[in-house]
Design a protein around this ligand. Structure first.
Ligand code: PMP
Ligand code: GLN
Length: 384
């Protein structure tokens, strides 16, 4: 028998993602799954019809490497109306296979061995492995429970000559906090005269509540010229399994992004792109999202009001954090597992979003669920 190949793992510290673990545990124990972030209601029937119409009419071969032009035109219109920014659809937008690929490609296009990348945690779990795969060094800034706000002077002290990139995510998964205009101005000042790319994860741009306005980097000309902003149709149109998103940035950065993109995925699913181009013609398809998800957040809060868990105010995203310090002293991972196995509700422990595994006894619950699911989960949570 031949012996196994000997190799050095490029990601020695990476195991199965917490989302896969908790969704798996929820399925195994038939728990209500409020862990992994995905809706349990359908995407628009009209959008599904548009996808199948496009398939049936033969829109099934490779799309353009940059993405379907009609779709890029619609995205440019959407950006103009939301953020008053003129974007050239030919040179400043690329359609990607979801936001995770856009982030991975952006990091791999620019980060070289030994470059430092500032990551603000708690953070989506793909950032750090993507940085490590290209030899970059993650430099972590930890947001603290319960406010999860950024002290910009402290953050500024992390910059060095080697800081090639900084990642921000607003509204933030999992903290549910949204950056304010003053945050973006502080960032603008810090990045002035620095050779640092801003990678802005804005997948929850439409999931922002209580009349707050999403502060996109696209609104700040000084930031835009050094930024790539990343979006996900999966989040916007309730179809996370379709894995389509896009990236926006100035042409000189986009040119470099596309060099990697074309050998990473080359191009993205043709019929879905064509369907999204038609679907985006009606802005009402996304303008109603803040109210839709705010109502879900408020319903979930009302349903859990009588429980011992303490909610942390959610300004955006479809995640609600709760502190369980009045219920248990267990680690958040152990408590999340116990809640799934013994109480029938799955969540995500927040320590999973910190590389230090910082444990503030906080769990994340996804409220992108039908009212019926939220009611069942609420009743179980109230019994704790
Ligand atoms: N960024 C953040 C902050 C996310 O929460 C997610 C997914 N939940 C993504 C990126 C990835 O989006 P996609 O599914 O389009 O890859
Ligand atoms: N981003 C989603 C979440 O935060 C999960 C995506 C994934 O499973 N990779 O739950």
């Amino acid at each position: 028998m031949s012996s196994n190949i000997i190799f050095n793992s490029k990601l020695p510290n990476t195991g199965t993602s917490i989302f896969t673990i908790m969704s798996g545990l929820a399925n195994e124990h038939k728990a209500i799954n409020l862990s992994q972030g995905f809706p349990n209601f359908e995407t628009s029937k009209r959008l599904m019809d548009l996808v199948s119409e496009n398939m049936l009419k033969g829109n099934n071969q490779y799309a353009a490497m940059q993405g379907n032009l009609d779709l890029r035109n619609q995205i440019a219109k959407k950006i103009q109306s939301l953020y008053q920014k003129d974007i050239d659809p030919n040179t400043e937008i690329t359609i990607t296979a979801g936001a995770t690929q856009a982030l991975f490609t952006a990091i791999n296009a620019f980060v070289e061995k030994g470059d430092e990348v500032i990551v603000i945690e708690p953070a989506y779990d793909s950032y750090i492995p993507s940085i490590e795969l290209c030899g970059g060094i993650p430099v972590v800034y930890e947001l603290e429970y319960p406010n999860y706000s950024i002290d910009w002077d402290k953050l500024a002290s992390l910059f060095t000559e080697k800081t090639k990139m900084i990642l921000i995510n607003t509204p933030n998964n999992p903290a549910g906090k949204a950056l304010k205009a003053s945050d973006l101005s502080s960032l603008e000042t810090i990045l002035e005269n620095r050779n640092t790319i801003l990678l802005s994860d804005e997948v929850y741009e439409h999931l922002i509540f209580d009349g707050k306005i999403h502060e996109s980097v696209l609104k700040y000309p000084n930031l835009y010229n050094k930024s790539l902003a990343v979006y996900s149709f999966g989040k916007t149109f309730h179809n996370t399994g379709w894995k389509i998103g896009y990236v926006v940035g100035p042409d000189y950065l986009m040119k470099e992004f596309r060099k990697v993109h074309q050998f990473n995925v080359f191009s993205v699913n043709t019929p879905i792109q064509a369907a999204l181009a038609t679907f985006l013609e009606d802005p009402n398809e996304y303008l109603g999202l803040p109210n839709f998800y705010q109502a879900k957040r408020d319903y979930f809060l009302a349903l859990t009001h009588a429980s011992k868990l303490e909610p942390i105010h959610c300004e955006g995203t479809y995640f609600q954090l709760f502190s369980y310090k009045n219920v248990s002293t267990k680690s958040d991972l152990d408590f999340a597992k116990q809640l799934t196995i013994e109480n029938g509700v799955a969540s995500i422990p927040i320590s999973a979003f910190y590389s230090s595994k910082r444990d503030d006894k906080v769990l994340r619950f996804c409220f992108a669920k039908t009212d019926e699911t939220l009611e069942k989960a609420g009743a179980l949570i109230c019994k704790l």
